[in-house]
Design a protein around this ligand. Structure first.
Ligand code: ADP
Ligand code: ZN
Length: 319
């Protein structure tokens, strides 16, 4: 009976918070989002997340107290402990050291609560509700940060440390840029929205780029590259080259049927997908490349909420 009930899903990103009620068939019955405003610190952000969850329940016609809701699934940037729901200082959420997010959510909603790395969760959401009809996929989120998850033979890969694979910290240039994790040349040091903005900011200093004078975001870099600004284009091309190389590595390691790209930066659409897909399938070993395709998630901003919901169903035993 509980398996037929919808779940509440919460998505904690470095840029946005999202909440939604998701039915077992993947129907999103309500969806709301607000800015994270990460500078306010974990106490204020968690309070707004919990309020957003209540709003999502109300918008789905399921106010707190009368909720025929089975559980709450939460996706959050890692590292975190999925067994206790404690957040362990993610680079994208400064100050979130030992935040007992699972417990705080469980206390507000009085429901079983399951916390998972957001990108790991989204891989399961894409497998379950992406409509792809595959048994193996790698999901990569290009958002404030960069990370991913792996589904193999229909099962989410959790790993011995239960982080689901640290895909954002695969080194693609051992002499490369400093990453927030302390290493050099991680994929996240190039491919995240934060890094795109930072590299563009460095590159425009003292130049006549059309980006000069702006507080630059990854969205600006994409738009100015499209309009032909050479510096924006160089930063964008480096980003897609690095992501293409990263996808080729993953195609060689995992031989997935599909690599799905999601997250805010993928709103750039073909401007991101085409060069990444071409580079990845050219660089991967031919049999692995022939067995694979690279696509954009169809779920847009809801990809995180669907991932968190998929984790709730998985942990309820409804995989
Ligand atoms: P979160 O990390 O909170 O889940 P998002 O997935 O929305 O948030 O990712 C936010 C990032 O997406 C920011 O770096 C932002 O600049 C970038 N972004 C948003 N829209 C676009 C766009 N059209 N093109 C490229 N980047 C974009
Ligand atoms: Zn790193």
């Amino acid at each position: 009976m509980t398996q037929l009930q919808p779940v509440l899903a919460l998505d904690v990103g470095g840029t946005k918070l999202a909440a939604g009620v998701v039915a077992r068939d993947g129907t999103v019955r309500s969806f709301c989002r607000i800015e994270t405003a990460v500078g306010e610190g974990p106490t204020a952000v968690v309070k707004r997340l919990l309020d957003l969850g209540e709003q999502a329940l109300a918008e789905a016609g399921l106010p707190v107290g009368s909720t025929p809701v089975a559980a709450v699934g939460v996706g959050c940037g890692g590292p975190l402990d999925p067994s206790t729901g404690v957040i362990l200082g993610p680079p994208g959420l400064p100050g979130w050291d030992s935040v007992p997010l699972g417990q705080l959510v469980a206390e507000r909603f009085e429901l079983p609560t399951y916390v998972e790395n957001d990108a790991t969760a989204a891989a399961l959401g894409e497998y379950r509700w992406g409509g792809w009809g595959v048994e193996s996929l790698v999901y990569l989120t290009v958002s404030t940060g960069f990370g991913g998850g792996i589904v193999a033979s229909g099962k989410l890969f959790h790993g011995a440390a239960r982080q689901g694979g640290e895909l954002g910290h695969v080194v693609i240039d051992w002499q490369g840029r400093q990453c927030g994790c302390g290493a050099r040349g991680c994929a996240e040091a190039y491919v995240s929205g934060t890094s795109i903005a930072r590299r563009a900011t460095e590159a425009v200093a003292g130049s006549d780029s059309t980006l000069a004078g702006l507080t630059i975001t990854a969205k600006d870099v994409a738009a100015h590259a499209r309009a032909g600004d050479p510096i924006a284009r160089a930063v964008w091309d480096e980003t897609t080259a690095m992501l293409g190389r990263m996808v080729a590595v993953l195609v060689n390691v995992c031989e997935p049927e599909l690599v799905v790209l999601g997250g805010g930066v993928t709103r750039a659409g073909a401007q991101l997908l085409d060069p990444v897909r071409n580079a990845a399938l050219r660089q991967a070993m031919p049999p692995a490349a022939r067995a694979c395709d690279v696509v954009l998630s169809r779920h847009g901003d809801a990809v995180g909420v669907l991932g968190a919901a998929a984790i709730a169903y998985e942990r309820l035993g409804d995989a």
